[in-house]
Design a protein around this ligand. Structure first.
Ligand SMILES: [Zn+2]
Ligand SMILES: [Zn+2]
Length: 412
């Protein structure tokens, strides 16, 4: 089997271009705000704005900054002051250290996928635990104590629904019903409120592009000191999604030839190095394809589509061998339909499999362990690092196709 060097021509040519203009409404942020009452004594869901200003992290601020998308397609993100978000039972308040910049966020900001606004995007985080919600399970507090380093998965399982109980927490019902559909956590409420007027701001996953975020405990895994905050952020979406696709959807086996169509953060991450998935999995042959002809007519065992475009959806199904698996991980704008050669699908047993993320409780700790062995080449996966103030520009560059790989925002 031949090995082919991947290139990004296809993904570049297919990424839409848009003309976002950077615009910031930066307000001052004072870390030395007066402390007030303990939220643990007044944390019911009926209390809103009046008590929000009273919550603060230990010896820390009662406000934070976060980026806001206001709901107009392609409108700029602004930086706003928020009341410090208050975690509820079995949720943790995390001081965000890093957050990846993902095409899924861009789909929201372009208006291609419906999401409530205003909202804070960003769903690929690392950070430090600063508080637990009232009545949080003692086991969670023991596993993830204040001060511990964590990485968060973008699918935040409730732990209790039909799918979570079955171990298919990448299908968690409350996650899709509340977070993806309504921009809230699983009591139907957001944790984000603007400082200036108390208005609610919705959360895409945990709303990671902010100085603090509230994350359900099931989405978090401890992050050892040996792993850096910035680079490890991509464990929570790019690598997480790739792992789910290869491990759960494709059920990749030793010797499988794999093609990837679309090389962004997710598309490139399973293949950061050929050894990446050996530990706990199996070695596999490593083939990057952009054209069907390269396979010599046979096709690959597994093809992965990471762009969510009708053309590449079809190419993905055409790239696999008879009996092969076409795994779709690229989100498309709402109502976009893909086509497939029906007779070939039937006669030649082509399998088309959708995959969205992975299973946070099972898989994220495994990915952390894999990362500890040093087999993920974070340096080649992460092509850019920036500050919170630069986020809007980074999204413009992502939209124009000039970011290959992953950009990560450092929020220290
Ligand atoms: Zn993502
Ligand atoms: Zn669930």
């Amino acid at each position: 089997m031949s090995f082919f060097k991947l290139n990004n021509l296809l993904s570049r040519s297919l990424v839409n271009r848009s003309c976002l203009k950077p615009h910031y409404l930066t307000t001052s942020f004072n870390l030395n705000r007066p402390l007030s009452q303990d939220h643990h004594q007044s944390n019911s869901s009926n209390e809103k704005i009046s008590n929000l200003s009273g919550y603060h992290v230990s010896n820390g601020p009662s406000f934070m900054r976060g980026t806001v998308w206001w709901g107009q397609p392609n409108s700029p993100l602004t930086i706003e002051d928020f009341h410090m978000p208050i975690p509820k039972a079995n949720e943790l308040l995390i001081k965000t250290k890093a957050c990846g910049v993902c095409h899924s966020d861009l789909h929201i900001m372009k208006g291609e996928i419906a999401f409530p606004s205003p909202c804070v995007v960003g769903h690929e985080i690392t950070g430090e635990v600063v508080d637990h919600g009232t009545h949080t399970d003692p086991g969670i507090i023991k596993r993830l104590p204040v001060g511990s380093r964590v990485v968060g998965a973008f699918i935040m399982p409730c732990g209790n629904c039909f799918y979570c109980v079955k171990g298919q927490e990448d299908l968690c019902e409350p996650f899709f019903e509340y977070n993806r559909a309504k921009g809230t956590l699983y009591d139907g409420e957001t944790r984000l409120f603007l400082r200036k007027n108390g208005e609610p701001v919705y959360m895409y996953s945990m709303g990671g592009l902010a100085e603090y975020c509230v994350v359900p405990a099931h989405a978090l895994s401890p992050l050892p000191n040996s792993l850096p905050y910035t680079e490890s952020a991509i464990l929570g979406c790019a690598i997480f999604t790739a792992y789910g696709a290869m491990r759960h959807a494709a059920d990749m086996r030793a010797g499988d030839a794999v093609a990837v169509i679309g090389i962004g953060g997710v598309g490139s991450s399973p293949f950061l190095s050929p050894e990446s998935f050996v530990t706990g999995l199996m070695p596999f042959l490593f083939v990057f394809l952009l054209e069907w002809e390269i396979t010599g007519g046979m096709g690959v065992d597994i093809a992965v589509e990471a762009l969510g475009k009708p053309r590449t959806f079809l190419q993905c199904t055409q790239s696999v061998r008879d009996g092969g698996k076409a795994v779709m991980i690229g989100l498309a704008p709402t109502n976009v339909i893909g086509e497939v050669d029906i007779t070939r699908l039937v006669r030649r047993q082509i399998k088309i499999i959708g995959s969205y993320g992975a299973r946070a409780r099972q898989d994220l700790p495994k990915l952390v362990k894999l990362a500890e062995t040093g087999i993920f080449d974070f340096n080649s996966a992460i092509s850019r690092k920036c500050t919170l103030e630069e986020v809007d520009k980074v999204f413009q560059d992502l939209a124009s196709g000039s970011i290959v790989g992953r950009a990560v925002v450092e929020i220290m």
